[in-house]
Design a protein. Sequence first.
Length: 163
Amino acid sequence: MDALKVLKERRSVRKYLSKPVPKEIIEDIIDCGRLAATARNIQPWHFVVITDEERKKHIADITDNGKFIAQAPVCVAVLCEDTKYILEDGSAATQNILLAAKAHGLGSCWIAGHKKPYAAEIEQYLNAPESCKLISLIAIGYAEQESNAAKKDLSAVLHWEQF
Ligand SMILES: Cc1cc2nc3c(=O)[nH]c(=O)nc-3n(C[C@H](O)[C@H](O)[C@H](O)COP(=O)(O)O)c2cc1C
């Protein structure tokens, strides 16, 4: 799919078909995540892919607004070494994953991790080292229904030369 079309048409998906996602596609999506921009090229990220039904359900139960992870065929946890630009780097990788999923004809949704009180519980459940912090959880799968969240008009947010 054309890159601009992917950027403009990506929307959060919270309802998925039960159709499984081929492993090669998951790997390619993660490959796009690890190629994201990263401060000082530190690449602090690790990606944990969870497809086991019970493990997805456990993670879904820990979250507040991510219960639909249980129904998504794939959940990706983006974790980063606790470096200065952890949040920027981890977010760049997360966005790459959302866009790569869209390019593969899949839906996805970013589920908050870093600032959530449940972050430590997920880190422990995934057996992450102490130095690695959860940035995001990403549900991925073939879409049954896409969000139609309203977007601000370009004219409301674009400023030329000064605010
Ligand atoms: C940092 C961040 C945290 C988010 N956390 C959640 C979440 O916990 N649960 C959820 O359903 N959506 C979550 N979202 C998705 C947003 O709700 C969604 O991107 C927003 O409503 C805009 O809709 P769109 O993605 O369809 O453009 C999160 C998005 C971001 C960037």
